[in-house]
Design a protein around this ligand. Structure first.
Ligand SMILES: NC(=O)c1ccc[n+]([C@@H]2O[C@H](COP(=O)([O-])OP(=O)(O)OC[C@H]3O[C@@H](n4cnc5c(N)ncnc54)[C@H](O)[C@@H]3O)[C@@H](O)[C@H]2O)c1
Ligand SMILES: O=c1ccn([C@@H]2O[C@H](COP(=O)(O)OP(=O)(O)O[C@H]3O[C@H](CO)[C@@H](O)[C@H](O)[C@H]3O)[C@@H](O)[C@H]2O)c(=O)[nH]1
Length: 443
């Protein structure tokens, strides 16, 4: 089937590449000329495991191409996917300017029936707005041009985006008539051969499903972070509590890891946008406000713990492992590292940092205020404290003997509960995790 995907960021590029991988003919469109040039050469502008190899093979196989010219893309596709950003507006709502502008432009280039698929995360009612924009743009045409607008939110996770797209738990599709339902079923049939379903529903339910999913996942994380604070005070272990709680099949293990708070381009923005929607509709949104408040508090865990354990941070040498908001991505949007770096630099600490993928973006923000290393050990010389912020695989089994010999202090703050406390103490290091009061002498 012939597809165009407008916006070639994390979602658009993965969508375009994976549809091509499954044998569809795909044109990716972006307004960023440099990005389109790089993509056309087979270079992925994003760090996403498996993406670049798949991009290259589909480009050379002739199933995938990129352009800045929307007219070429629209005229050569039946499905026009909209995958542009919906950033946080000033009042917390999702900014729909890019989505609506793309909808209008698609309409201007349509020469016959098209399915306009909204893949971006958009508030309830947006597909209706898209329909209106398209109808208005088409109203200037001499003859009738037919179209459908479909909601098809994306659930991929960064760092596992290709795998998530190729083998989704489920695909959500909001449609308003059986004709387009059949087309969408055919489009996605190669992705659900594993038996996982495509859920067809009305458009508004589909739009809301995306926000409800992200808000519930964020709630699980904040809930466990709140429990971790209690664990610290009563001498309990949040990891044991997680196993006990999560083994109830009604609850489940995933997304119950306490840590340094959730970040990324989605949870913070989407929780805020859902609060905005609910509030506008007169729904009491206190639950999600608390989810946010717990997360804001948790992002400060490192700074508070450091002050408690080593006193004023001025002049202290702090080594950070990890800067991306999660492993296997170079994305630093809303990453906890930004809160920690701002705090440490603001309080006069000397900061060094290593991250396998996120250092170019961090360097653009912090320049010489942070000493960036070439490998995990190169940031440790003379450090008073080592802090783990992102659980990249390269940090999982470090050489503690070497670490002890490089650092001048002995404190390790484990913001992702990755390490075995007894192993560190065997090497003369003192360890503090998140919500693991049982190991640190409380109550
Ligand atoms: N990042 C994720 O993990 C993820 C997962 C699921 C859903 N989403 C949602 O998907 C949407 C896109 O997110 P993203 O992270 O891919 O964004 P992104 O910022 O990485 O990419 C957006 C792309 O759209 C391009 N663009 C903007 N205006 C354009 C226009 N008029 N024409 C053509 N291209 C244009 C930009 O140049 C950019 O390349 C958002 O609504 C987001 O909430 C994101
Ligand atoms: O138990 C957990 C799980 C995650 N996190 C943090 O939560 C954030 C988000 O992680 P994750 O959900 O894995 O990454 P995203 O790429 O942001 O993916 C989320 O946001 C996307 C954009 O909407 C959705 O498509 C995905 O389904 C949804 O998981 C990161 O900072 C993680 O460190 C925790 O602190 N504890």
């Amino acid at each position: 089937m012939k597809i165009s995907v407008v916006g070639t960021g994390y979602v658009g590029l993965v969508t375009a590449t994976c549809f091509a991988e499954m044998g569809h003919d795909v044109i990716g469109v972006d307004i960023d000329h440099e990005k389109v040039q790089r993509l056309s050469r087979g270079e992925s502008p994003l760090f996403e495991p498996g993406l670049e190899a798949m991009l290259k093979s589909n480009l050379s196989g002739g199933r995938l191409s990129f352009t800045t010219d929307l007219s070429v893309a629209v005229q050569n596709s039946l499905f026009c996917f909209v995958a542009v950003g919906t950033p946080k507006g000033e009042d917390g709502s999702a900014d729909l300017n890019a989505v609506l502008a793309v909808a209008r432009s698609i309409a201007e280039h349509m020469d016959g029936y098209r399915v306009i698929v909204v893949k971006s995360t958009v508030p309830v009612g947006t597909c209706d707005l898209v329909s209106r924009e398209v109808s208005e743009a088409l109203a200037h045409r001499p003859g009738p041009v037919d179209f459908d607008v479909v909601s098809n939110p994306e659930f991929l996770k960064e760092g596992a985006a290709v795998e998530d797209f190729l083998r989704p738990d489920r695909v959500i599709v909001g449609v308003s008539n059986p004709r387009v339902e059949e087309l969408m079923r055919e489009l996605y049939s190669p992705f659900v051969r594993n038996g996982h379903p495509v859920y067809f529903m009305d458009v508004r339910s589909s739009e809301l499903t995306k926000y409800a999913s992200n808000a519930l996942l964020a709630t699980k994380i904040s809930f466990m972070n709140m429990i971790s604070q209690i664990c610290d005070k009563v001498g309990a272990d949040v990891m044991s509590v997680r196993s006990g709680v999560g083994s109830d099949r009604r609850i489940g293990m995933p997304f119950l890891y306490a840590g340094v708070g959730y970040g990324g381009s989605c949870f913070p923005k989407d929780v805020k946008a859902l609060i905005h929607t609910g509030t506008r509709l007169g729904v009491e949104m206190g639950l999600l406000r608390e989810v946010e408040a717990v997360n804001d508090f948790q992002k400060l865990w490192v700074l508070k713990k450091l002050r408690d354990l080593i006193g004023p941070l001025s002049g202290k040498s702090i080594a950070l492992w990890g800067g991306a908001f999660k492993p296997d991505t170079d994305d630093i949007r809303e990453a906890t590292s930004l809160t920690v770096l701002d705090g440490l630099i603001g309080e006069g600490a000397r900061v060094s940092l290593y991250d396998p993928a996120a250092m170019p973006s961090l360097r653009e923000i912090y320049g010489d205020s942070v000493c960036f290393g070439e490998n995990p050990y190169s940031v440790l010389a003379g450090a008073d404290v080592l802090v783990l912020l992102t659980e990249w695989r390269v940090f999982r089994n470090p050489d503690w003997r070497k670490i002890k010999s490089l650092m001048s202090g002995t404190l390790v703050l484990d913001g992702r509960n990755q390490y075995e406390p007894s192993e560190l103490s065997r090497h003369g290091l003192s360890w503090h995790g998140v919500g693991r009061g049982c190991y640190t002498g409380n109550p």
